[in-house]
Design a protein around this ligand. Structure first.
Ligand SMILES: CC(C)(COP(=O)(O)OP(=O)(O)OC[C@H]1O[C@@H](n2cnc3c(N)ncnc32)[C@H](O)[C@@H]1OP(=O)(O)O)[C@@H](O)C(=O)NCCC(=O)NCCS
Length: 176
């Protein structure tokens, strides 16, 4: 999968053909993720800042897939972060993954996930983890991650479960 570095708002593609495989995943500024973060993850929490302290962690990166109209249809962020459970370091955390509801279920999330893992492999990460909304755990399991025992919790009225994947040297995913 091609991963290019673009600045926020850069238009990608000539037609509205993002549902074609493979998707083009591009690296973007954190600001380019804000519209989807707001619409998909924060629509009922306008009090929360879209910019997270974790966005400023050294090494944090942001990936997006754009529709031909120049709007992001999928975004994901990852940063170095040791998890609150035992895992092989160095560990990276996936955060604020969001796909436009109009095109959820078409493979955009999986394409973003693959690109995130590719970036983390290139940075020699050994573990990828996320604090998943319970409603999205099935997505992470479909990507090869595993539920972390004893890490179900509730915050801000939302149920979460931690998920994790150990990255091997090969391209094969190796669930814990
Ligand atoms: C979770 C999310 C990022 C997945 O993106 P997506 O583009 O819809 O997912 P894909 O189409 O790439 O699906 C990939 C696989 O995951 C499965 N899947 C996707 N969402 C799922 C869900 N909520 N529950 C169970 N399985 C799911 C798909 O069926 C597919 O399975 P397959 O490989 O066997 O065909 C997206 O639905 C979303 O933005 N949800 C709302 C925000 C959210 O919860 N984000 C995660 C924060 S922790």
């Amino acid at each position: 999968m091609e991963v290019r570095t673009l600045t926020a708002g850069t238009r990608v593609g000539g037609t509205f053909s993002f549902v074609a495989d493979p998707f083009e995943v591009v690296e973007v500024t954190v600001e380019a993720t804000f519209p989807l973060r707001r619409r998909v993850l924060r629509s009922d929490r306008v009090d929360l800042d879209l910019r997270m302290p974790d966005d400023a962690v050294d090494g944090a990166f942001h990936l997006a897939i754009f529709g031909a109209d120049g709007e992001a249809v999928g975004v994901a962020t990852a940063m170095p972060a040791e998890p609150p459970f035992d895992a092989e370091p160095p560990a990276w955390r996936i955060r604020q993954m969001a796909v436009d509801p109009a095109v959820q279920g078409t493979g955009i999330g999986a394409a973003l996930f693959d690109a995130v893992v590719q970036h983390i492999r290139e940075r020699r990460g050994a573990t990828v983890w996320a604090e998943s909304r319970d409603s999205s755990v099935g997505f992470y399991l479909a990507q090869g991650m595993s539920v972390v025992a004893g890490r179900a919790h509730r915050a801000g009225g939302v149920d979460y479960t931690d998920v994790v994947m150990r990255l091997g040297r090969s391209e094969d995913r190796q669930p814990l």
